[in-house]
Design a protein around this ligand. Structure first.
Ligand SMILES: CC(C)(COP(=O)(O)OP(=O)(O)OC[C@H]1O[C@@H](n2cnc3c(N)ncnc32)[C@H](O)[C@@H]1O)[C@@H](O)C(=O)NCCC(=O)NCCS
Ligand SMILES: Nc1ncnc2c1ncn2[C@@H]1O[C@H](COP(=O)(O)OP(=O)(O)OP(=O)(O)O)[C@@H](O)[C@H]1O
Length: 253
């Protein structure tokens, strides 16, 4: 919405230098959408499709994997802090974190999970912010809200997959919009079983009753924070169709 007056400046034959600078920075700014939802709702599937449509994709989970992995992208300080808190036997031979071992420790109690999040989330947040800025994203003056008209002036889109949206409030200022992917619990459970289950999923299954309410509360918060909810209760082609309509109403192609 803040783009209309700047487009008018673009029409002026000799724009003042500062106006030209504003114009060029606006043209560079991509439409930033955060994609959230609960476990196995279809966040990654949605992001993969948006990426296929041309969006730049940033994934909190992928960053988390890189930080704890064996490549040069790993974060030695974070790995050392995790070893101090959860035991040095979470370290694999290649210097990466044994994720199953860490999950067993970190998801053993609410307090341990909080410790993991306090150590890891600020680092993940800093990496996402860096990637957002590198992709041309800038702080959006108004908080994310449902657009009242199409944002046809945006030609680029950046999609950030953020499962734990509520844990990274500082990033919200970069988002034009928050998409929440929603799917019924029974479908998520069925889809989750088809997929190779992670340690977190296994933990949630084992501690089902204790986690159910927390997960549900978190999902409600994400739905509440969302500007658009997309129901992923049928086939993947139908999810793609919803996303395509959404994309075309936001991004000029
Ligand atoms: C403990 C770890 C190493 C276990 O790894 P593992 O490969 O077994 O699980 P994976 O990373 O695939 O996670 C599985 C699912 O659980 C979700 N999840 C991970 N951590 C959490 C958490 N603290 N709370 C809720 N959901 C979580 C992920 O988003 C994903 O959907 C890993 O889950 C981890 O590092 N978690 C903390 C990172 C984090 O907070 N990521 C989200 C940032 S927004
Ligand atoms: N509409 C659909 N129809 C059939 N299968 C689907 C559909 N949507 C997602 N899936 C499948 O369900 C599984 C979970 O989907 P996906 O990985 O996209 O969810 P997620 O929210 O990213 O999961 P996580 O919380 O673990 O990161 C995947 O195997 C995916 O292929």
């Amino acid at each position: 919405m803040e783009h209309a007056p700047q487009q008018e400046h673009h029409q002026a034959p000799h724009p003042a230098p500062h106006k030209a600078a504003i114009k060029s920075s606006v043209q560079q700014v991509p439409y930033v959408v955060f994609v959230t939802g609960t476990l196995a709702s279809g966040k990654s599937s949605a992001c993969a499709y948006l990426q296929q449509l041309g969006a730049t994709y940033i994934s909190a989970d992928a960053i988390s994997h890189e930080l704890l992995g064996a490549t040069c992208a790993r974060d030695d300080a974070l790995i050392a802090a995790l070893c101090r808190h959860f035991g040095s036997d979470i370290l694999a031979q290649d210097g990466s974190i044994n994720r199953t071992q860490l999950a067993t420790r970190a998801f053993s109690s609410a307090q341990a999970q909080t410790t993991l999040e306090q150590l890891q989330i600020p680092v993940i947040q800093a990496h996402i912010e860096k990637k957002l800025l590198a992709a041309g994203a800038r702080i959006v003056p108004a908080a994310p809200s449902t657009p009242t008209r199409t944002n046809a002036s945006f030609t680029r889109c950046v999609v950030v997959e953020l499962p734990l949206l509520e844990k990274v409030p500082a990033l919200r200022r970069y988002a034009h919009e928050i998409l929440c992917i929603v799917a019924p619990t029974a479908l998520r459970a069925a889809r989750g079983r088809i997929r190779a289950s992670s340690a977190f999923d296994a933990h949630v299954t084992v501690h089902q009753s204790a986690h159910q309410y927390a997960q549900q509360a978190a999902e409600f918060m994400r739905i509440h924070a969302a500007t658009t909810c997309i129901l992923n209760a049928a086939s993947l082609p139908l999810l793609h169709k919803h996303l395509l309509m959404w994309y075309h109403s936001r991004i000029a192609v």
